[in-house]
Design a protein. Sequence first.
Length: 229
Amino acid sequence: MKTKLFSLSAVAVSSVFAAGTAFADVTLSAELLEDSATTPAGVKTYRVYANMADGWRVDAVYGNSQSGMLLESSSSFYQNALGGNTSKDINSAFFPLAPSVEWDSYVTIGSLYADGTPFGVNNLSDIGIDWSGFEAGNALSTENGSWFVTPDDAQGGEIDGRVLLAQLSVVGGSGDLAEDFVALTMNIQGKDAEGQTWNLIGGSALPIPAPGALALLGLAGVTARRRRK
């Protein structure tokens, strides 16, 4: 199973991860971490989670031509030179010597670091994603890529009803999720407690504006169009 998945072409990933056999009762959320003595100045760090029922799991986060994936901050992402794009690049042995590495921005499924904390294993893989913009602190997006684990990898399983998907540190962040991010949109595939495949399409960890705020946004759009005429 692992060999087959790892050999998939980027084109195939787009269609494979679009299929699902059950609707997902899954949501996304982002949690602000408390600052510490090792947090780089002016940086606010968030962890993005998929929230789900007991016994459920995440196997893949992806974007395809029908629904793209976009992680974009209002400024830029903090990227440490000793870090990397995924949790497999985050070596916690460096933390005592270079504490700021712990606050690097990266994606994952379940495991925090290369050593697999808290699962003891990290078999994360990725395919079809151009990391160059993200490495430079810019948005991470894809319409034909994924990071994933195989269904027998323990790290995809929920702990206390959630699975970690990303750590994102915002340079010059305010600590207000809606202010610090433009988009936190992902498609996610996994399995429920009965082993049925589910998909969450176009899930967002950003708060939904209240109806009054949506009305104001609509009015602002009308005003802007009138001014351009």
